[in-house]
Every structure is written in C-alpha cells, then in structure tokens.
Design a protein around this ligand. Structure first.
Ligand SMILES: O=C[C@H](O)[C@H](O)COP(=O)(O)O
Ligand SMILES: C=C(OP(=O)(O)O)C(=O)O
Length: 353
C-alpha cells in the first residue's frame, strides 16, 4: 500500500501509458523499415570497424515538432543520400527528447501539442509513427536517448543513438546504453570534458543490471550484454570548440590511454560553432580537410539542419509557426545543407584510402 501524506508528496498524478508491446502492435515495424534499420546499423558498425571507408553524417533538425515538415525534410535528405552515398552515410537526426539547461519545451514526446498538455501517450505514438515513416523511405534514423524507458517503445526504429552532454556522466544513461541495439555516441560534457565520455564508453561496454521496464510494461531488472560500439562525440564546450586537429589528437591520445579504439565524431553544432548555425559548414569543411590529410579517427559528423535556417520561439498561437524552422537550437537551412554536403562529397572522393 502506498501511504498518502508520506509518499509521493510532490507527485500530482500517474497517467496510464500503453505498454511498449501494445504500441508495437498498434504501429508494427514494416518489412521495409526493418531492412532500413538493420542496414543502417550494419553500415554504421562497418564504418566504426573501418570495413567501410565512408563518413557517417547525422543530419537533421535540432528537434522534430511538426511531422509534416519533418517528413518533407526526410524526403529531401533521402534524395541527397542517393547522390552522395559512395562517400557518406546520411542518417537523419530525429530528436524527440530535449534536455534543457533549466526549463523549456522538452520535445515532441513530452508535449506533442506544444501547449503544456504533456500528452506523453500521444507523443510516443506519434514519434513511433514518424520514425516508421522515415525508415520506410529507406533513411536510417538517429536520436538522443534521454528518458531511459523510451527505447523500449522506439528502439527498433533507431540506427544510431546519442547520449547528450548533460547526461554522459549519468550512470542511468551508461547502463541504458549498455543494452541499446545501436552504436552509441557519447558527447563530451558542456564544460568540454572528454574524460566523462571516455568513462561512459568503458562503462557501457560492460554488462549491467538495473531497474527498467519490459515489453509488457512490468517493472523489471534489466540485464544487459554491454555495448561495444560506444564512441566519443566532440561538441565543444567550456567556451571553446574541440573539432580542430590539435583537439582531435588530444582526444585520440586520451582514448588510446584508456585502451579504446580511436573513433571520433564531430558535432558541427553546439559549442563547436558557438551555437551559430551558419558556422557549421566551416566546422564540416575543417573535419573533411583533416580526413583528406590522412586523419584515421574521424568516423562521423553531426549537423543541425532544417528546411528553413535559424530558429523561432514557440508562439502562443501555433498557427504562427514558421514551417520547417526549428523551435529549439538554430539550424542551417536546406539549401546550405545541400551545398555543404555536396562540397564534402567532392572533397571526400579525393581522400586517401
Ligand atoms: O541542442 C539542444 C540544446 O542545446 C539543449 O537541449 C539545451 O537547450 P537549452 O540550453 O536551450 O535548454
Ligand atoms: C542537446 C544536444 O546536444 P548536446 O547534448 O551536445 O548539448 C543535441 O544534440 O540536441
């Protein structure tokens, strides 16, 4: 029995959710989506294992808030993927869970109607539908795993996972990562600390036992195998970027010292571009030059991109929202995204093999 007056003093209610299995049976994975996810994960593992010389590119909106615009973006990206596929593997950034520095909209799962109604049940369903739609286009997806329960609902539709700068040091997220089915990129901390990401890789590579839920929605002790595909995502921090060749060499040395393979991803956004989206192409071009000059550790990049550049505040009247423009961090617009990726494609064709 839960005793009122002493327990859950600050909890106002518990709203029921469908179980992961119920949501899977409402929106089952299709054959095409299954193939996309399996191929996407295999391609990513092959890139990380150096069996595939391409660069993987996690590219897409800072967050999804309008599935129609998100799918419009996905169709454009799929066409671009077909064009650049011999040098790059494009994986769409499909971020539904936003970690906030203090408060703010926490993403499409938490508040899909953006009106503080917090219909997490509806958000999870719509998120799953969106992921299915993207995978059915043949485009693999990447997301940030923030809530440790969400992967039970959506994990079958994800090819690459990020653990964010604010949670890389969290044991809960390292445990969760040890059971994820995808390669996992651990961001360095917001202060620029890469040691926490290295410790996260070491921790997540081990088996863990921790509390979670199973497919039937029962509280369970989750026992994991350990995830051998953890890697560092350099996102800058503490007021300075860390994508330059010296920072990359420092990260390589730190990984070597920890006995880990030198696998690095550069996030062109966030502190690497001082949160100025228009600077992302400069970061990307620097990374591509490092690769062209023989760097062996850079396996991927991340780009925050949308149909329309910049970002917008969420207006009280949602009809005023600008179509295809971020409601969280600023993004580079579509035309610049195409230019940036085509330029990288041309350069990467000349990379040493
Ligand atoms: O990329 C996303 C943001 O940088 C992150 O969610 C933090 O956002 P905030 O500082 O606006 O809360
Ligand atoms: C929150 C994000 O990044 P970081 O964790 O690097 O701040 C993000 O990529 O949306």
């Amino acid at each position: 029995m839960i005793t009122p007056d002493i327990e859950n003093i600050n909890v106002t209610s518990f709203a029921p959710m469908p179980t992961p299995e119920e949501l899977h049976s409402t929106l089952p994975i299709s054959e095409r989506a299954f193939d996309t996810v399996m191929k996407g994960r295999a391609d990513l593992r092959n890139i990380i294992d150096r069996k595939d010389p391409r660069l993987f590119v996690v590219v897409g909106p800072c967050s999804i808030h309008d599935p129609e615009a998100g799918l419009d973006y996905a169709r454009r990206l799929k066409a671009l993927q077909d064009e650049v596929q011999d040098t790059m593997l494009l994986v769409m950034r499909v971020y539904f869970e936003k970690p906030r520095t203090t408060t703010g909209w926490k993403g499409y799962i938490n508040d899909p109607f953006m009106d503080d109604s917090f219909r997490v049940d509806e958000g999870m369903k719509r998120a799953r539908q969106f992921l299915l739609d993207v995978c059915e286009l043949g485009l693999p997806t990447a997301t940030e795993a923030l809530d440790p329960i969400s992967p039970q609902y959506l994990g079958d539709l994800i090819a690459w996972t990020a653990i964010g700068a604010r949670t890389t040091e969290s044991q809960t997220h390292r445990e969760m990562s040890s059971g994820l089915s995808t390669p996992v990129g651990f961001k360095n901390g917001t202060d620029g600390d890469i040691e926490i990401a290295i410790n996260a890789i070491l921790s997540a590579a081990h088996p863990h036992s921790f509390l979670g839920i199973n497919g039937q929605g029962n509280v369970a002790v989750v026992r994991t195998r350990g995830n051998g595909y953890g890697h560092v995502v350099l996102r800058g921090g503490g007021g300075r970027p860390n994508y330059d060749s010296v920072s990359v060499a420092i990260a390589e040395q730190a990984l070597k010292k920890a006995g880990l393979p030198a696998n690095l991803v550069v996030d062109c956004s966030h502190a690497n571009s001082y949160k100025k989206p228009e600077l992302q192409p400069l970061v990307m071009s620097d990374v591509v030059q490092q690769i062209k000059h023989g760097n062996q550790s850079l396996v991927g990049v991340m780009i925050e991109s949308n149909i329309v550049s910049g970002n917008q505040k969420i207006p009280a009247d949602l009809a005023q929202l600008v179509y295809g423009c971020s409601v969280t961090d600023g993004c580079i617009g579509w035309d610049d995204t195409v230019d940036m990726l085509r330029a990288a494609h041309t350069e990467l064709r000349q990379r040493p093999r």
